[in-house]
Design a protein around this ligand. Structure first.
Ligand SMILES: [Mg+2]
Length: 321
């Protein structure tokens, strides 16, 4: 399989309904036929990383006539006063307010609202540009590329965005629409909760019905942390960046182009990220250049590991002869 084919087939596997347990299958097949750890995973936060503002501000809040600043202020106050989880609080207040204003927003409406979410420059072309870069630079057959999203925002809104088809899988907060009078949180992804999904990618256990806690030796994990880069924009990404870096993975912090980079500098100084750059995803930008530098390193490491794997196999087969 050529790199091109492999990259294409990896992208073609996008489907929210059936997040394929491809990684585990790949690993099982690879164990028999070749070195299996050749999948590179780029993992993104959404709000502030791919999109300038929280996704609810483009969509849900205008629809119910709510001022974003006032809304988030109220969420924080309620969460503090009630000692409630801030994410559950925002998910609850959104629908409580919609109901109070007589606005009905069903799942399909939320998905449709996703079309209005703004993206940073270059985001839409980024996925194919990175794929192109890897297909030229891989120097090894069968390298695959996957993009993942891990967000505290809403699955439904992300589903409606133009870039959804580029993601192998999306892990985000989600509602149950038929549970109660008001939609009820089905899954809430907190800052620390995000790290669970990094391990799911690492272990190839993307079916959320399956437990992630069972021990899996490093050697059996289909996507080593060293093959992963996490993209985030702030304090809410600290647990994920810390998990990445402690496990040999990589992290890049971004800030809005032309605006303060103070938060990124904090993260960089604290060793949370390898690099930071303005959130300009255009080919040739600082972000592109720094990301591809890390990709070069990952590709070199894949070649090195593959060579060592071949040598080990030959030693096992032929012994000292
Ligand atoms: Mg963010």
């Amino acid at each position: 399989m050529t790199e091109q084919t492999s990259l294409r087939s990896s992208r073609a596997s996008n489907s929210r309904k059936s997040p394929r347990p491809a990684a585990s299958r790949t690993s099982a097949t690879a164990a028999k036929s070749g070195f299996g750890k050749k999948t590179i995973a780029l993992v993104y936060d959404f709000d502030g990383t791919l999109s300038p503002r929280p996704m609810q501000e483009y969509t849900f809040l205008p629809k119910i006539g709510e001022d974003p600043k006032a809304f988030w202020r109220e969420c924080n106050t309620v969460a503090r006063e009630q000692e409630a989880d801030p994410l559950i609080t925002y998910m609850h207040l959104m629908y409580k307010k919609a109901k109070a204003r007589g606005v009905r927003i069903d799942r399909a409406d939320l998905v449709a609202l996703g079309r209005d979410v703004e993206l940073f420059p270059g985001v839409e072309a980024w996925f194919s540009e990175i794929a192109k870069y890897i297909s030229i630079r891989a120097e090894s057959h069968g390298v695959a590329l996957r993009h993942y999203l891990i967000s505290s925002g809403l699955v439904e809104i992300i589903e409606g965005t133009r870039i959804r088809p580029h993601f192998h899988n999306v892990f985000a907060s989600e509602y149950w629409f038929d549970a109660y009078d008001l939609p009820y949180p089905k899954r809430v992804i907190s800052d620390t909760g995000k790290t669970q999904y990094l391990f799911r990618i690492n272990k190839g256990i993307e079916n959320l019905g399956q437990s992630i806690n069972e021990h899996m030796p490093e050697g059996e994990r289909p996507i080593p942390f060293g093959n992963m880069i996490y993209f985030g924009d702030g304090d809410t990404d600290v647990p994920s960046m810390a998990v990445m870096r402690k496990n040999g993975g990589h992290a890049i912090a971004v800030h809005p182009p032309g605006k303060s980079r103070a938060k990124c500098v904090d993260l960089f100084r604290a060793g949370r990220c390898d690099f930071f750059a303005p959130a300009d995803y255009t080919r040739g930008s600082e972000l592109f250049r720094r990301t591809t530098l890390l990709i070069d390193r990952i590709l070199a490491n894949i070649r090195l590991e593959e060579e060592a794997w071949r040598l080990r196999r030959s030693v096992e087969r032929k012994g000292t002869d």
